[in-house]
Design a protein around this ligand. Structure first.
Ligand code: 5GP
Ligand code: ZN
Length: 114
């Protein structure tokens, strides 16, 4: 996945403001934050979309949520509240085709999304 921006961030070829990392996942601040906390959690291995998840890769998603939980704790928004979102394909607004969990918080948010 030579052209994938998030693979490049995972490998260190592209700079990012990293906030959490373990052997399988990486979290870094979104370049265009929508809220005081806006972090992206990615698996280090490339998966295009949620549609490409399978039995074998599914535990990664649990690891991504554990990382999201840790990020919220570190940013002090665990108790106030935060949102975790994974967009899948065009109508949901996915623009980077390497799965990522948005962790958004630090301000009140409306529901449903537009
Ligand atoms: P999507 O719309 O695919 O769910 O979200 C992609 C997110 O990646 C967007 O919020 C966008 O601001 C963020 N993004 C795109 N390119 C970069 C980058 O090079 N670095 C960082 N940190 N975030 C990026
Ligand atoms: Zn990738």
């Amino acid at each position: 996945m030579d052209q994938c921006i998030f693979c490049k961030i995972a490998s260190g070829a592209l700079q990012a403001d990293r906030v959490y990392e373990d052997d399988e996942v990486l979290a870094f601040r979104d370049i265009a934050p929508l809220a005081p906390t806006h972090v992206l959690v990615i698996p280090k291995r490339h998966i295009d979309t949620l549609n490409d998840l399978d039995e074998l890769s599914s535990p990664l998603v649990g690891r991504m949520f554990l990382a999201a939980r840790e990020v919220a704790l570190r940013d002090g928004i665990s108790e106030r509240g935060y949102r975790t979102v994974m967009n899948c394909n065009a109508e949901a607004g996915q623009v980077i085709f390497h799965i990522h969990l948005h962790v958004i918080g630090g301000r009140p948010m409306g529901w449903p999304p537009g």
